[in-house]
Design a protein around this ligand. Structure first.
Ligand code: ADP
Ligand code: MG
Length: 240
């Protein structure tokens, strides 16, 4: 579904991503771990061109998205993204947050968009919050709404950048449960997280990123059970 070839990203003189090669299959759940500053967010943002790669290519569903004439807006519709900060529209109700993009971008009529939104609210366990405003929700609820909002565009892949890092500990589980259900339904997902238990349980593949490269990758068993590189071992010994 996604092929990344020799991806580099520089910010001025700073060389952040130093040649990433990766293939992600449909239905695969790829979990990215690694120290702060290793380039995880930059990598995720390059996948949907929120950051423009300095070198290298990305194809998505067979189409090169890094070519100049590619229409990135069309591709972004198929890539849902969830951030650490929920980025809900504060002056819009939950249902309006969820239906806005489908109505405006996909030109779906309001009634249909609301039916889909209610399905999604049920999926994330928040159907009773339909008319609430973001300020009335807990962090965990906001993040579940943010996930529902991303899903409303019916994306083919979901990108998560530390979706639980801003949450109080007691709310982490409810968000991870929603993500786990998505994975079980076959959604293709790329997830940056520090939740190692979740990574081990839900990940089909673990990537360990360090200093702008993929240092090591493998099944959760391989990476957590018998990490090959010293840097992976050092990282895991600090976080496990
Ligand atoms: P991670 O998500 O693994 O913590 P990031 O991808 O956020 O790492 O950042 C990797 C490095 O790139 C950091 O040193 C960060 O300061 C730098 N960086 C990220 N975005 C920018 C930017 N827009 N301009 C300059 N430097 C950036
Ligand atoms: Mg980050």
């Amino acid at each position: 579904m996604i092929t990344v070839k020799n991806l580099h990203k520089k910010f001025g003189q700073l060389h952040i991503l130093k040649g990433i090669d990766l293939e992600i299959a449909k239905g695969e759940v790829v979990v990215v771990i690694g120290p702060s500053g290793s380039g995880k967010s930059t990598f995720l943002r390059c996948l949907n061109l929120l950051e423009e790669p300095s070198e290298g290519g990305i194809t998505f569903e067979g189409e090169s998205i890094t070519e100049k004439r590619h229409n990135i807006n069309k591709t972004r519709e198929k890539m849902g993204m969830v951030f650490q900060q929920f980025n809900l529209f504060p002056h819009k109700s939950v249902i309006d947050n969820i239906t806005m993009a489908p109505i405006r971008v996909k030109k779906i009529d309001k009634g249909k968009a609301e039916i889909l939104a209610m399905d999604l609210l049920r999926t994330v366990g928040l159907e009773d919050k339909r008319d609430a405003y973001p300020s009335q929700l807990s962090g965990g609820q906001k993040q579940r709404i943010a996930i529902a909002r991303a899903l409303a565009m019916e994306p083919h892949v979901m990108l998560f950048d530390e979706p639980t890092s801003a949450l109080d500990p007691e709310m982490v589980g409810e968000v991870l449960d929603v993500m786990k259900n998505l994975a079980d339904k076959g959604m293709t997902m790329v997830i940056v997280t520090h939740e190692m238990g979740f990574a081990r349980e839900v990940g089909d593949r673990i990537l360990f990123m360090d200093q702008g490269v993929i240092m090591e990758q493998g099944t959760p068993q391989e990476v957590f059970g018998s990490p090959k590189h010293q840097r992976t071992q050092d990282f895991l010994s600090k976080v496990l």
